[in-house]
Design a protein around this ligand. Structure first.
Ligand code: NAG
Ligand code: NAG
Length: 221
């Protein structure tokens, strides 16, 4: 239960004081961008180094458990309102690794033989120049009884409408997920250079919010 407490605290703190440092603790998820160092929690990465989908080590994880991953941007601001929003960057279920290889730990990868139809493909961090957003990775155990919650069917497209306002607590509840088993985060940096368009990416607006009705019995099998 300890991880859940931290995560819930994390999200309360996020809404109250956006600039606070994450109190993330517990097992560290070993994740990195290809050809780069493993991410030490809280490091700063240039956004241009985060274009390629990250890879995860099975270090500290257990076979033959199946895992699912979320990557969230906690610091999206709705222009002119100052309202803070969470954007889902990646949802990948059915992560497994080869139980026979232990040394060195091998990589987690989606099980291609037996996987769910619902994946929200990776979107690289794309906060505006000069901003400093927190990107969080949360890894959960995927029980054999896991079903994708029907009320989140809208998340696969790589659009702001699909990904903004993502409510991880509602997802955890609707999917009966336990607390995350491994976590990590980094700060994404984009330097402002002369001639930059200050906001080259589509902005989140209040109409990006979606109201969810999650009934725990309405899962997709
Ligand atoms: C697919 O994975 C689920 C667990 O998510 C498991 O219950 C089921 O037996 C697997 N099916 C096959 C064919 O491996
Ligand atoms: C951005 O600025 C920081 C600090 O000034 C610097 O260390 C970093 O290399 C810069 N990144 C890029 C991609 O220019």
């Amino acid at each position: 239960m300890i991880y859940l407490k931290y995560v819930l605290r994390l999200f309360f703190i996020v809404s109250a004081t956006p600039s606070s440092i994450l109190p993330l603790r517990g097992q560290q998820l070993h994740i990195r961008y290809p050809q780069r160092e493993w991410i030490a929690p809280g490091i700063t990465l240039d956004m241009e180094d985060t274009k390629i989908i990250p890879e995860m080590s099975s270090y500290g994880l257990h076979c033959p458990i199946r895992y699912l991953l979320f990557m969230l941007d906690l610091d999206v601001q709705i222009p002119t309102t100052g309202i803070q929003n969470v954007v889902l960057h990646w949802y990948q279920p059915d992560l497994v690794f080869d139980c026979n290889l232990r040394d060195p730990p091998n990589l987690l990868a989606p099980d291609t033989e037996n996987s769910s139809d619902f994946v929200a493909p990776y979107i690289a961090p794309q906060a505006p120049g000069g901003s400093h957003h927190r990107y969080v990775f949360l890894l959960f155990e995927q029980q054999s009884s896991y079903n994708f919650p029907h009320c989140f069917e809208h998340i696969p497209p790589r659009t702001i409408e699909s990904r903004a306002g993502f409510d991880i607590k509602a997802f955890m509840h609707a999917a009966s997920l336990g607390p995350p088993v491994a976590v990590n985060y980094f700060f994404g940096r984009r330097n402002v250079s002369k001639g930059d368009d200050p906001s080259p990416f589509p902005s989140v607006t209040t109409t990006s919010f979606r109201s969810l009705t999650c009934d725990t019995s309405s899962t997709i099998s």
